[in-house]
Ligand binder design. Structure first.
Ligand SMILES: CC(=O)[C@@H](O)[C@H](O)COP(=O)(O)O
Ligand SMILES: NCC(=O)COP(=O)(O)O
Length: 248
């Protein structure tokens, strides 16, 4: 079974259209956790176009008081500001992503060999007995990539599933992308790294992903689940994603 961590960036982005407090980021966190999501993911960006620093504090307070078993996963580039936020909030999982401050969305994983020294120092700084560190990972990182990721001291990788999401309806390209993801996933698991996955996962593309890529511990999903929530409501959309992830 793959656990679902719901990414609330898109909810925050909708809220930020107006200077109003709804849709409520903490309110939707309650909704998804109450129906069985195992955690909440946010990826605060420097321009606060969706998740604001205040949201991170509010979510942290909510999870600590009302959902002590839920995991808070904070994703981002390890800037000074980001590292300070992690120090203050102390989430259970930090996912490091090699994003430029102006990037529209995440579109690649780490160059583990080239950034090995940098990542090792950041991982050592962030690591705690009660906290996992995960590194965003290109689908084709393969054995050498995951060995370099493991050498940083990280606990997990997060497979970047965007390229698969972009071509899942083209059977030939999709099976090529799935083969890369499956190879990197099993190479990581073979050396004791846990595997998360995320980016552009949807109800349509999850079944083939779950069939091909075995052993994924957690998927963080935001854009797709929010789009489906507009049709089904957030409770039902969350249930549908939990069910789609159950089979692995
Ligand atoms: C690392 C990753 O794939 C997601 O966190 C994604 O980057 C979400 O960011 P946006 O919501 O800003 O697109
Ligand atoms: N790490 C991926 C994530 O949190 C959500 O990505 P998406 O589902 O919004 O594309």
């Amino acid at each position: 079974m793959t656990l679902l961590s719901v990414n609330l960036n898109a909810v925050a982005q909708l809220r930020n259209r107006r200077d109003l407090p709804w849709p409520s980021v903490t309110g939707l966190a309650r909704v998804v956790l109450d129906v069985g999501a195992s955690g909440i993911t946010v990826h605060p960006r420097p321009d606060e176009r969706h998740i604001r620093r205040a949201d991170v504090y509010d979510l942290s307070a909510l999870l600590r008081s009302d959902y002590p078993d839920a995991e808070f996963n904070i994703e981002g580039y390890p800037s000074e500001d980001f590292l300070g936020l992690i120090e203050e909030v102390n989430p259970q999982q930090v996912t490091l992503v090699p994003d430029d401050p102006n990037q529209a969305t995440s579109d690649h994983g780490w160059d583990f060999a080239g950034k090995g020294n940098f990542l090792t120092s950041v991982v050592q700084l962030l690591k705690r007995p009660d906290r996992r560190i995960s590194l965003f990972c290109d689908p084709d990182a393969g054995e050498s990539g995951v060995l370099a990721a493991k050498a940083t001291g990280a606990d997990r990788i997060e497979l970047f599933t965007g390229p698969y999401g972009a071509c899942y309806d083209d059977p030939k390209r999709a099976s090529e992308e799935l083969a890369k993801l499956a190879k990197t996933c099993s190479a990581a698991m073979a050396i004791g790294l846990g595997v998360n996955a995320g980016h552009d996962l949807t109800l349509e593309n999850l079944p083939a992903f779950q069939h091909a890529v075995k052993g994924v511990a957690e998927a963080s999903i935001g854009h797709g689940i929010t789009a489906d929530a507009l049709i089904f409501g957030f409770k039902e959309a969350t249930r549908l994603y939990i069910a789609a992830l159950a089979d692995n």
